[in-house]
Design a protein around this ligand. Structure first.
Ligand SMILES: *Cc1c(COP(=O)(O)O)cnc(C)c1O
Length: 427
């Protein structure tokens, strides 16, 4: 494949934009080749600026569950744009989307719209702290919750209790309020809850982890968190920025039958435009300004274009058979990839939940960050390149989820499996 134009644009971008990209993982650093620059996309396909076509499993990192440039979403945008693209004043579209969100997530009695998942999480944590009057938060190793200061923290080695920032520019004074535990490790959560009584404002968790590769919660994990939070007066915060409207219409909360106190959404609810949302029990959300004293605001929050795209997306997703279809595709892909790897004696662990999947190059099982990290990332890089050469565009890192959309056809899936077959032979 010829990638001359992508390479030329990348060189130019490097001079103007840090690393040539506006979000780090786009730079293909884990692969070691220049990133593709994209020209356009439609349905399950994406085209780079050199005219090469790929079956897309990045899906803009989650939002494009309908596939790209869906006609219903384009129609909604075309109808909304001529009326003006931002007013800084309320519109009926905001009520409509908030109402749909509440219907899907009964635990979200009140909803506030923002412009990104990061903003949703930062705001929800402020609410949890404002509501409880406590400073500490507990997060899980390998979970990503956007780039808010308090969240850019992972566990220190061994027994380290206090968070150590994993980004420069995060004050240690702030990071020490972030406690961390391994994903799926309830015992560790119990120990921390005992160690810091009445100091933990919230436990924040991806109810299905998506940012260290896809890792579903172990049996009883989410139930256990719910119980600990109830016993200790801790706010249970589900970050459903990926899982909301993906694994089920009502997200992981519907799938596993567990209610969070606060929930963050993003990605899918913007239909491909910048949106985030947070919400929860009325008694907590009433702490938010202008009703309460927790300040949070946004010039473009509830933007009419984004609301219209979100509403159009949810209208289609509301039909129940959508998720059956998505589940069938995901299971089909996961099973065939496993079979193919077995035939070639490539050790893999394939984790999947409706609409998301990760092929780990390790024997597995992969159930937390430590086991995910056992993957052979060099082998993944070779696999990624082989797949790209065969017209399959995967997330360019071992520790990401592939996103399956409603637009992926049986032919797409079979072509992907065939490409895996070929790639497994070569890597
Ligand atoms: C993507 C993501 C975020 C951050 O959302 P942005 O819109 O990128 O700011 C937060 N939490 C999770 C679980 C995510 O996957």
């Amino acid at each position: 494949m010829n990638r001359k134009r992508s390479i030329a644009l990348y060189r130019r971008a490097l001079q103007l934009i840090p690393g040539g990209v506006n979000s780090p993982v786009r730079a293909f650093k884990a692969i070691g080749i220049p990133p593709l620059f994209i020209d356009r996309a439609k349905g399950s396909k994406i085209w780079d600026v050199d005219g090469n076509a790929y079956i897309d499993y990045v899906g803009s990192w989650g939002p494009m569950i309908m596939g790209h440039a869906h006609p219903k979403i384009l129609t909604a945008l075309k109808k909304t744009a001529p009326k003006g693209t931002s007013f800084g004043a309320p519109t009926s579209l905001e009520i409509e989307l908030a109402n749909e969100v509440r219907k899907a997530f009964p635990s979200m009695e009140m909803v506030r719209m923002v412009s990104s998942g990061t903003e949703a999480v930062m705001s929800a944590i402020r609410v949890a702290r404002g509501y409880t009057g406590r400073d500490k938060i507990l997060k899980f190793e390998g979970c990503y919750h956007g780039h808010g200061d308090s969240l850019l923290v992972k566990a220190g080695s061994g027994a380290a209790t206090f968070g150590i920032p994993n980004s420069f520019g995060v004050p240690e004074d702030l990071a020490r309020h972030t406690l961390t535990a391994p994903y799926n490790d309830l015992e560790r959560v119990r120990i921390l809850a005992n160690q810091f009584p009445e100091q933990i404002a919230c436990i924040i968790v991806e109810p299905i982890a998506g940012n260290m590769g896809a890792i579903p919660p172990g049996k009883g994990f989410l139930e256990g968190l719910r119980r600990i939070c109830d016993e200790r007066g801790i706010v249970l915060l589900f970050d459903e920025v990926i899982t909301g409207f993906r694994v089920a219409y009502g997200g992981a909360q519907e799938l596993y039958g567990i209610q969070a106190d606060l929930t963050c959404l993003g990605k899918i609810i913007g239909g491909g435009l910048p949106v985030g949302a947070y919400g929860g029990m009325e008694k907590m959300m009433e702490k938010v300004a202008p009703v309460g004293g927790v300040y949070q605001a946004g010039t473009l929050s509830g933007n009419p274009m984004a609301m219209a795209a979100g509403i159009a997306t949810l209208e289609i997703l509301k039909t129940k058979k959508v998720y059956k279809d998505l589940e069938k595709k995901t299971v089909y892909l996961a099973e065939r990839i496993c079979e193919s790897a077995d035939e070639r004696s490539v050790p893999v662990a394939v984790n999947q939940v409706t609409g998301m999947l990760t092929l780990f190059f390790t024997e597995g099982p992969v159930r937390d960050y430590a086991t995910a990290k056992k993957s052979d990332t060099k082998r993944f890089a070779r696999f990624f390149i082989e797949m790209m050469e065969q017209g399959i565009y995967l997330p360019p890192s071992q520790f990401e989820a592939w996103f399956i959309s409603l637009a992926h056809t049986q032919k797409d899936l079979d072509k992907t499996i065939e490409a895996c077959n070929t790639a497994f032979k070569k890597i």
